[in-house]
Design a protein around this ligand. Structure first.
Ligand SMILES: *Cc1c(COP(=O)(O)O)cnc(C)c1O
Length: 387
């Protein structure tokens, strides 16, 4: 059976070039970069080069601003908790949005349970945060705002630069979760005033279980893990060298030709949107019409459950998500769609297609055709569908 992968928002396949770069570090180069001997130095060289690649890809002023972590989740935890720990004597108020990934959302909630004051900014019907709401929420106790660059479920791109500037006027740190943005949106930290930025390799054709946190020089942050002195004491534990090397190679490739790659994905995305809207009745498009990730298509299909559609598509070899991968399986509808004002039933009928570089027009057309057939069949069996 033909298999079609349209779930790049959940994870991406690793590129051949990335595997090639990693292989020597999975085989002969096995040293611990903290060791002084030649084995250690070899491993450290691979790590240092990867750190330089990440810094260059982001436009960071120095590789020392890059800290390797185990994931996007850990980077988000470190950013939010690390700032909270460092600045708790100055203030206790943290701002985020109601549509963040759980790695930020639940970390902020956890700090709320510890006694921090927390604000969850609302979004409009397109999943967009209004910078004016952020401005209004700032108090003299605010220490951090964390707003994602692009949403993983509906793809909405937030005005993060404007929000970072608003924060800086009040000397408040700004963190952005850029996990979905890397490789799709240009990032240049020379110009973009973010204090902290999270990324994760497996979202841009790198290995799983490796991430990085950018921390602008001079930013006050404290460690949340305790152990050795790795990563300049901010993130102890022996570094995952093969994965770090893979991250370095993956980000180098991800930031090449972003305009061309985005244009190609956008064209494919629009073909999918158009086909779905022409072929299937009563579907609703979720997310912003223009300010959205190039590969993201999110729709709600009335009168049917998203989960039933997923199952039927999977039987045809087509892989997509309902809501986000982290919440599917759970019965709760997506917190992102609920924050955008969708009712439970509409949210439950929602599907996310996230396209990637290996998808083709033929695949898009096959998916449209398959989904049309599945929706018609499921609607015939649905008691709420009366047409
Ligand atoms: C995938 C994702 C994460 C989590 O990254 P992991 O490396 O899988 O832990 C965080 N934020 C966003 C927006 C994501 O899409």
């Amino acid at each position: 059976m033909k298999r079609i992968y349209m779930d790049h928002g959940a994870t991406t396949p690793m590129r051949e070039e990335v595997l090639e770069a990693m292989l020597p570090y999975l085989k002969e180069i096995h040293g611990n970069p903290s060791s002084f001997h030649s084995f250690g130095r070899e491993a450290r060289k691979g790590m240092d080069e990867a750190r330089e690649k990440v810094a260059r890809a982001l436009g960071a002023s120095s590789p020392e601003e890059i800290y390797f972590t185990s994931s996007g989740t850990e980077s988000d935890n470190l950013a939010v908790k690390g700032i909270a720990r460092a600045l708790s004597s100055r203030g206790n108020h943290i701002i985020t949005s109601s549509i963040e990934h759980h790695a930020v959302l639940d970390t902020v909630k956890h700090l709320g349970e510890e006694g921090f004051e927390v604000t969850f900014l609302p979004v409009d019907e397109y999943g967009m945060v209004d910078p004016k709401d952020l401005e209004a929420a700032l108090t003299d106790r605010t220490i951090l705002a964390s707003i994602m660059m692009a949403n993983n479920e509906v793809g909405t791109i937030q005005p993060v630069e404007e929000m970072a500037r608003i924060c800086h006027e009040k000397e408040v740190y700004f963190h952005t979760d850029a996990v979905q943005a890397i490789g799709h949106l240009p990032v240049n930290l020379e110009k973009q005033p973010f204090d902290l930025l999270s990324l994760s390799a497996h979202k841009f054709y790198g290995p799983k279980g490796i991430g990085a946190l950018y921390v602008r020089k001079g930013t006050k942050i404290k460690q949340i893990l305790f152990g050795g002195g790795q990563e300049r004491k901010l993130r102890p534990s022996t570094e995952n060298i093969p994965a770090i090397v893979g991250l370095g190679r993956a980000i180098e490739l991800a930031v090449e030709n972003i305009p061309e790659k985005s244009a190609a994905l956008t064209a494919l995305r629009d073909r999918l949107f158009k086909g779905l809207q022409e072929e299937i009745e009563d579907i609703r498009v979720n997310g912003h019409p223009t300010q959205r990730l190039p590969g993201n298509v999110n729709i709600s299909v009335a009168y049917v459950e998203g989960e039933s559609i997923l199952l039927s598509l999977d039987l045809k070899g087509i892989a997509i998500s309902s809501g986000s991968a982290c919440t599917s399986g759970a019965l709760d509808p997506s917190h992102v769609l609920m924050a955008m004002g969708l009712d439970h039933q509409t949210a439950h009928g929602s599907l996310r297609f996230s396209l990637g570089k290996e998808n083709s027009e033929e695949e898009v057309d096959y998916v449209i055709e398959s989904l049309k057939e599945i929706v018609e069949r499921l609607r015939k069996m649905s008691s709420v569908y009366k047409k």
